[in-house]
Design a protein. Sequence first.
Lengths: 163, 503
Amino acid sequence: MLIADRLIAAAIMAMSAYFMWHAMVLPIGWNGMTGGPGGGAFPFWLSAIMFVCAGAILVRSLRGKSDYAGDFFDPDTLRAVVTVVIALVVTIALIPWVGSYIALPLFLFWYLKIFGKHSWALTLSIIIGTPLFLFFFFEVTLKILLPKGLTEPFFVPLYAMFF
Amino acid sequence: MELIGHMMDGFATSLSPLNLMIVVLGVTAGLFIGAMPGLGSVNGVAIVLPLTFIVPPSSAIILLAAIYYGAMYGGAVSSILLGIPGASTAVATTFDGRPMAQQGKAGLALIAAAVASFVGGTISVILFTLFAAPLADIALQFGPPEEFALVLLAFTTFVGLGGDDVLKTIIMICLGLALSTVGLDLISGQPRLIFFDQPGFYSGISFLVLAIGAYGVGEILYTIETSKSAPQVTPARLTFRELGHGLKEMNRLWKTMSFGSLIGFFVGMLPAAGATPAALMAYGLAKVTSKNSDQFGKGAIEGVAAPETANNAASTGSLLPMLTLGIPGSPTTALLLGGMVMWGLVPGPMLFIEQPDFVWGLISSLYTANFAAVLVNLALIPVFVWALRMPFTVLCALVLILCIVGGYAPSQKMHDVWLIVGFGVGGYLLRKADYPMAPLVLALVLGPLMEKSFRQTLIAEQGNILAFIERPLSATFIAISAIFFLLPLLKYARGLTRSKATA
């Protein structure tokens, strides 16, 4: 827990520094001509406060005044969370390429059948039901087209039918 | 009376078939979302917001408000039947709701929770109706300095009253504000904070992306960890005889429920406090003032009634500053505010003048939402018992799909979907390390207003920073903010002197 606390504080410090570096593109000081701060001032000084606070947390934790006990992660949790995050990332990376109507059912199949160990009946009904709902709700009703990637040609007859 | 006229007009809007249907739909969805362990009103509103494009803007807000209400009712269901709070706001309901269920009185506990929620909701909506117009009138005098001071006040309540680690709270506020500056500078129009030269950042970071990330994906990751073992659902049967008995029992509890409503309403108005502390306070007060306080924690019906009135009253209370001042009183209302801005309805006093139909329609729909929620809640209790048996893996998979598609739908950019995953993982880690989420979401929503009012004031006053304390109202707000900000310092200093004295 202590190590995680320090790592997160250090990561926030790094992120603040990165924000500050970005904000310096615009004037960060007081603009005498118009009155008031320049365009970069808000993000710069807010990130500076963040940097100082995260630094204080780091110092506090290094001086051992933190009252945390126990592990940040237990191995089981970590494995479950990491696999779900990887599955999500793979799914989202697949969406522009093979389209939502292949990537999302694949994700559902993985999550329900392999990760959740559910029955075929339940898995298949959700895998078939979800894309149908998405198509009729988003594409037909709201006219929001989801990315289709390679599968675009297969939807042309459907478009002709519903639009 | 002007107010009665407004309310009549409002009911004409909210009782239209479309809006009535929307309210029933909203509270039903809210009840289910609230009843699912881990998912509360804020998750529900975040996940459902992108789906509300299907109805006109004013109805969409009514739908979201109905979900908010329904989720507050629903939170009690899993507190009682599973012993796991359906949302953090229903934590106090487990103290006595769970023992009641274990004694075979689950039905009675559910009736008590529903009736108490209804009483809390109704009393607070009446208070809301009375306070809304006068508060909006005061807010009409606000200029940029007052707006800035008020936003500052909202943030300092987190520092002074939030109860979380002060340093971590400040970090989350600053992070939210800094993220809100991404995109184009409000005054000069120059691009800033375009990370990695990604063109997606030019349009800024939508509050919706952060909300779906932190409260959708992040919450699911959090649930994966806490829900490894399948919980035991206590069966609940509900007969009309039991309903009659329950109503008779509740009739004795008017004092508890009135106190709970008042506490809830006023605590709920504070951005840093809200429904969870309000419910705990009401529980504490009911225990102290009750004649049979030794029964508390062992299945006292007052112990269910008090927190449930308070958390519903608090959800109404947090709507008041959102609608009249444009400062949300809770993360959920922050999302409502973001949604309203997205649809071109800017909350605040001008809304009462420019869109009275919408404002009073929304207020009156809170009354209909309350009625609908209590009826749907009692009618669907057998369905909840069944739905709570749904395995977590099914729920998680479906919510994640909704997060991906719902995050893509509003602006149709994969960039936003990637950000959602980033915020989800980041939010999950930060939450595990005890960084509070509420100030982050509020800061992202209020950030543009804060920066704009600050810089507008200084430009108008030729850079005179004293402008903020030269006007009485803004000076008052700044003074109160300073007190809130100094509170933790004072506590720290007192702790130091005390530890020196004992050493």
